[in-house]
Write a protein that binds this ligand. Structure first.
Ligand code: NDP
Length: 444
């Protein structure tokens, strides 16, 4: 049996209930087959893949807090410190009821390669909790965040592990978490990114993942001799990534016609009114269906189905496995030629295979959404230097980083005769750097 198949079997047997983790490992190892086969004996002897697939540390803890009725609630917190070969662990915290160890491990695993691709000195980690911030008062969210950090602070630090936001964790949550970290440790340091501008945050961090995604799409189109101007775009989600992807796409002259949340989606054939979306989502934490109250010409549909809307470009920016094979077929049938992932692993494996087998241009999340973590690393640099760069400086660096990632990904694919296969390219380019660093550091 090949080394890849052996390791895949072992990962599944050792982590039987972690299906998203299996999916992420399978996707990466399958696309690395050509590279691994070339070095099979050495990698096997060094148990390289076993080490890459085993987190350095998994921390799981109780998070008790008191709700507004005086009732004690208990959630489960996680931090997975996956790989520190190229820098301190770095990766977001997710607050969503679906969170479990398998989901955090899949995200942490992906993060290792994504962070490597940015070219910046950051290792991979991820964390979160099954706490649902939706419908909670500010006081309840603060009580949860303080309790969560009371345990987490033992394991993180500016040079150890630097968490950030993800689903359910935005500026409000980062603020509460930072306040509690400082109170417990007495340290005013860059231990979290995504901080507010008055206490060490970086300009352009809020926009970075969405903007970076569009910079990547522009590079992908450029390679085909095309531009974004006049393209019709469908974006799922209406959170941080979706909003700023919409903003940048509109600046490039694209027409974004749809957005969604976990209840349903809006279709506005005239193009999304982003100011209205921001007012609903960022202003009052409302639902996307409220959009049609002010824009009756738009249509709201409850449930799934956003991928049946005709478009040129699809940008899934909500959550994992939100786009399956049927959705991929519907996109293709309606003329979509390019998919780039703002979310982490939003396409199922079958959907990804379909894009690649049917000539669609596809960029996986670990490359396409790396602008968020890259800008987080820029926030870390500013914190270390006690400096603040301007919006334009950070945005220009973000732009260069995304263009560079595109170059690395396409060159890595070419090097192994898989031109245009950006899934393989991203995995290979991310993997090679981590392997080199791990090998140099001995058996650790
Ligand atoms: P937000 O919490 O700001 O927004 C998430 C959006 O996705 C919301 O519109 C939410 O709808 C929707 N959503 C969440 N879960 C589901 C679900 N199960 N089904 C359908 N819709 C869902 O998160 P972000 O925008 O920060 O993150 C979105 C994705 O991007 C995630 O995969 C995240 O890991 C990834 N990402 C984020 C980065 C960042 O910098 N923020 C960096 C790199 C990747 P609702 O409000 O109804 O829950």
């Amino acid at each position: 049996m090949s080394y890849v198949d052996e390791v895949l079997e072992r990962v599944i047997a050792k982590n039987p209930s972690e299906k998203e983790f299996h999916q992420a490992v399978k996707e990466v190892l399958e696309s690395l087959r050509v590279v691994i086969e070339k070095n099979e004996d050495k990698y096997r002897k060094d148990a390289l893949l076993e080490r890459i697939c085993e987190p350095e540390r998994v921390i799981s803890f109780r998070v008790p807090w008191v709700d507004d009725n005086g009732q004690v609630q208990v959630n489960r917190g996680f931090r997975v410190q996956f790989n520190s070969a190229i820098g301190p662990y770095k990766g977001g915290l997710r607050l969503h009821p679906s969170v479990n160890q398998g989901i955090i491990k899949f995200l942490g695993f992906e993060q290792v390669f994504k962070n490597s691709l940015t070219g910046l000195p950051i290792g991979g980690g991820k964390g979160g909790s099954d706490f649902d911030p939706k419908g909670k008062s500010d006081r309840e969210v603060m009580a949860f965040c303080q309790s969560f950090m009371t345990e987490l602070h033992k394991y993180i630090g500016a040079d150890t592990d630097v968490p950030a936001g993800d689903i359910g964790v935005g500026a409000r949550e980062i603020g509460y978490l930072y306040g509690q970290y400082k109170r417990l440790t007495g340290l005013y340091e860059g231990v979290l990114t995504g901080k507010g501008l008055t206490y060490g945050g970086s300009l352009a961090r809020t926009e970075a993942t969405g903007y970076g995604l569009i910079y990547m799409v522009v590079e992908m189109l450029k390679a085909e001799g095309k531009t974004l101007e006049g393209q019709t775009v469908v974006i799922s989600g209406s959170g941080n990534v979706a909003i700023y992807a919409t903003e940048k796409a509109q600046q490039y002259g694209a027409k974004v016609v749809a957005l969604s949340d976990s209840n349903g989606y809006i279709y506005d054939k005239d193009g999304i009114d982003l100011a209205l979306v921001k007012e609903i989502k960022e202003g009052r934490r409302g639902r996307i269906k409220e959009y049609i109250e002010k824009k009756p010409s738009a249509v709201y549909t409850e449930g799934k189905g956003i991928w049946t809307i005709p478009c040129d470009i699809a940008l899934p920016c909500a959550t994992q496995n939100e786009l399956d094979l049927e959705d991929a077929k519907a996109l293709k049938a309606n003329g979509c030629f390019l998919v780039a992932e703002g979310a982490n692993m939003p396409s199922t494996q079958a959907a990804t295979d379909f894009y690649l087998e049917n000539g669609m241009i596809f960029m996986p999340g670990k490359a396409a959404n790396a602008g968020g973590v890259a800008t987080s690393a820029l926030e870390m640099s500013q914190n270390s230097q006690r400096l603040s760069w301007t919006f334009e400086e950070v945005d220009a660096k973000l732009h260069d980083i995304m263009a560079n990632i595109f170059k690395k990904v396409s060159e890595a694919a070419k090097k192994y005769d898989m031109e245009g296969n950006y899934v393989a390219g991203a995995n290979i380019a991310g993997f090679e750097k981590v392997v080199e660093a791990m090998t140099a550091q001995g058996i650790v």
